[in-house]
Design a protein around this ligand. Structure first.
Ligand code: URA
Length: 413
């Protein structure tokens, strides 16, 4: 008879767990025989004591085994990208159709925003009609015809992660590298991939506040990917300033369309293309990085990538021709002359939440038409009254709260 207490005690005493013990803990939690309070003690013990690589891989496998995996539908290499979150990161919307044009299958199961981190599904739902709840059959048939899909996880993909994440969220056990790694990688491994590109962020707008912590997370994610024989690469990217100009939902879709049409901000185009190049090289579509990057540029500039995005959106019932307009635009201006030394991403994210464009609780409805457009970057000199960003909002009350956050965000010296 399995005794969860003995496993919790072992971890508390810093002993290494066997694969069977980890399997029993995760399977028991998923079927209800291991109670919430036992699982949260286990999570806390992992938070404090950590796990060795083998335990993290076993934890990932145990979580993966709690549900089903997507089926492969073709011989094309199958890839995905995961970003650890941040502000203004709309690379997924561009990367999936772009890689589909390069001969890869991209079965992207994405999430929603929570806290200051935006969510790909929320952004795509700014497109009227876009469905983010495709069944596994629908995912498979779209992959066969269009080679890419961006949708939410289905209920039978890694149910253990949904339950564990909800528990971690309310028990202070989210920030643990072994728990984050197994949570992210179990969902990615359920996509049956050949290669995965990771974009691990660090800074004021990221989960990992320092580059060192981001490096540790990236190494842990790579080691687990490799243990599943998935070619896994990682980039570390600075999230001390939002990516691109737009932060929100509808405005990020508009900026993604600009990138897909070859006229988006250089920062978004560059990051997307670098992540795509990682995958094209992992899958041996190119062995020269410059050639891969130049092919990607061509696909963005000649309209091929945008045409493919239109196909993906239409296949998921989205109507690009019915995009709404952004909420009313207001300038947020500098109070005095000086140099913009820092933009605190956390406060920028809180401004978007105050506008109604993000969530402070799971399940909250969001307003897709609100958001921000950043107009200057750290290091630039600003004049008094110069607009620092545009704020899109139809509510003067919300606008006022957002402005309070923005006052804290921009540091001018
Ligand atoms: N994203 C996930 O999917 N899981 C975590 O634990 C943290 C970030």
């Amino acid at each position: 008879m399995f005794n969860p207490i003995s496993v919790i005690e072992k971890k508390r005493d810093n002993e290494v767990l066997t694969c069977e013990e980890i399997d029993a803990m995760v399977a028991g939690f998923t079927d209800g025989s291991v109670k919430d309070y036992q699982m949260s003690s286990f999570n806390m013990a992992v938070c404090c004591r950590g796990m060795i690589d083998r335990e993290i891989s076993d934890m990932t496998a145990a979580m993966l085994a709690s549900g089903s995996r997507l089926k492969r539908v073709s011989d094309r290499p199958r890839v995905d990208k995961h970003s650890t979150g941040g502000l203004g990161d709309k690379t997924s919307l561009i990367l999936a159709p772009l890689l589909a044009c390069c001969g890869l299958d991209v079965p992207m199961l994405s999430g929603r925003g929570l806290g200051i981190t935006g969510g790909t599904l929320d952004k795509l739902e700014a497109i009227p009609g876009y469905r983010t709840n495709l069944s596994q059959d629908e995912i498979n048939s779209q992959l066969k015809s269009i080679f890419c899909v961006i949708t939410g996880t289905t209920k039978d993909i890694v149910p253990a992660d949904r339950m564990l994440y909800a528990l971690r969220d309310v028990t202070g056990t989210v920030p643990s590298i072994p728990l984050i790694t197994s949570s992210i990688m179990s969902k990615k491994m359920a996509e049956s991939l050949d290669a995965l590109a990771l974009d691990v962020k660090f800074g004021s707008g990221a989960f990992m506040k320092t580059r060192e912590l981001a490096e540790q997370l990236a190494s842990s994610l790579i080691r687990v990917g490799e243990s599943f024989e998935v070619k896994t690469t990682a980039q570390l990217n600075d999230m001390n300033f939002p990516l691109g100009q737009m932060v929100g939902n509808l405005n990020e879709v508009l900026e993604s369309i600009d990138v897909l049409q070859g006229r988006g901000p250089a920062s978004v185009t560059k990051l997307t293309n670098e992540l795509c190049a990682d995958l094209l090289i992992s899958c041996q579509i190119f062995d020269d990085r410059q050639q891969a990057l130049s092919r990607l540029e061509t696909l963005l500039n000649d309209g091929t990538a945008y045409e493919h995005f239109e196909k993906m959106v239409a296949a998921q019932s989205g109507r690009l021709s019915d995009l709404p307009t952004l909420a009313k635009s207001h300038d947020f201006k500098a109070t005095h002359h000086g140099k913009l030394t820092r933009v605190d991403c956390y406060s920028v994210g809180m401004a978007v939440i105050a506008l109604g464009g993000g969530r402070s609780e799971v399940g909250q409805a969001i307003d897709h038409r609100v958001g921000l457009q950043m107009l200057i970057e750290p290091g630039e000199i600003v004049a008094a009254n110069q607009p620092l960003c545009k704020v899109f909002s139809d509510s003067s009350l919300r606008l006022e709260t957002a402005q309070e956050w923005l006052n804290q965000a921009f540091q001018i010296q």
